[in-house]
Design a binder for this molecule. Sequence first.
Ligand code: KG4
Ligand code: ZN
Length: 355
Amino acid sequence: MATERLLALGIETSCDDTACAVVDSEGRVLSTVVSSQLAAHRPYGGVVPEIASREHLRNWPPVSEAALAEAGVSVDQIDVIAATKGPGLIGSLLVGLSIGKAIAYSLHKSFQAVHHLEGHLYSPFLGEGGAVAETPPEEFLGLVVSGGHTSLFQVEAGKPTSLAETRDDAMGEVFDKVGKRLGLPYPQGPRVDELAEWGSGDNLRLAIARCSDGSLDFSYSGLKSQTLMEIQKLEAAGVETNLGPLADADMPRPVLDLLASFRIAAVEEIVERLERLRATRPITMLAVSGGVAANRLLRPRLQEWAEENQIGLRLVPLVYAGDNAAMIAHAALMRHAWGHEDDPLSVDAASRIPL
Ligand code: KG4
Ligand code: ZN
């Protein structure tokens, strides 16, 4: 018996991107619209929560209209309304979740309140260009690397169990903080990645954090401090460390080299944890997601590691690496298929919430 094709409308407003998407029950992304608030937050060097909520309210009408129009459907044709319930900025979450609850309740649609990390976890299985999504295997390892998370999960039959989490800063957060110290505009992470491409990490080796209790947990604040200290040393030696106003051709070589060393250490910490895990259990597949999964060193390094160890690797397609609503709609349809449904009248947003 053929199963009915369902459509989900995804809403994601956990931080500073207002996102809406339409995805079908085979995981085809019919549209994904992300409105970035970069211009609104850039003068402050980072995300300002109050501004983010207000921007979500303002962006939602055009973003949702564009997502529906691009998918060629009206809201009446949608079966499942899905919105991120947390974690994230509470004001931002409230905007998207309230809109989702209101649409679902007033139009009598099925409702799914999705955990942000659940969205990221399954995003490496999404296809591009309207392709059907791959069905995730019964068991896989999920790595989420973003501005808020550095988390490793064992996922079994749709149930994620946490294996490791950062004890302090998230990987993306440290890219942002190092970039901010160098006077780079928000969001600093992708730019630090780009500048690191031009440097060489051969001359300076920065230490990778290891937890003394043998845990697999991550820790990035030590690497951040080492890097900030190295920046200070360069500054004391007369090297220009305010990169903001500089043209690409004028970027000082010692700073580029330092960023290359920083990026190597950041990526090798991930590989070190995976290696230690591999020594204790067989790994068949690793699925990598989150904004930092776009990193130009992390991607090839994990590819090399996976090939060496004959482990299946799914790197999130670049379009779904950063926050987006397609991953929320996709996770919602999987939850729907597993028989789950949320009551739009009783779900609340939460800034911190375990998966
Ligand atoms: O998943 P995401 O869009 O939002 C969160 O849930 O945090 O990730 C954003 C984070 C930011 O910290 C951003 O600087 C970082 O991902 N990021 C990168 C790169 N692209 C984005 N960090 C390192 N290299 C990149 N290429
Ligand atoms: Zn995210």
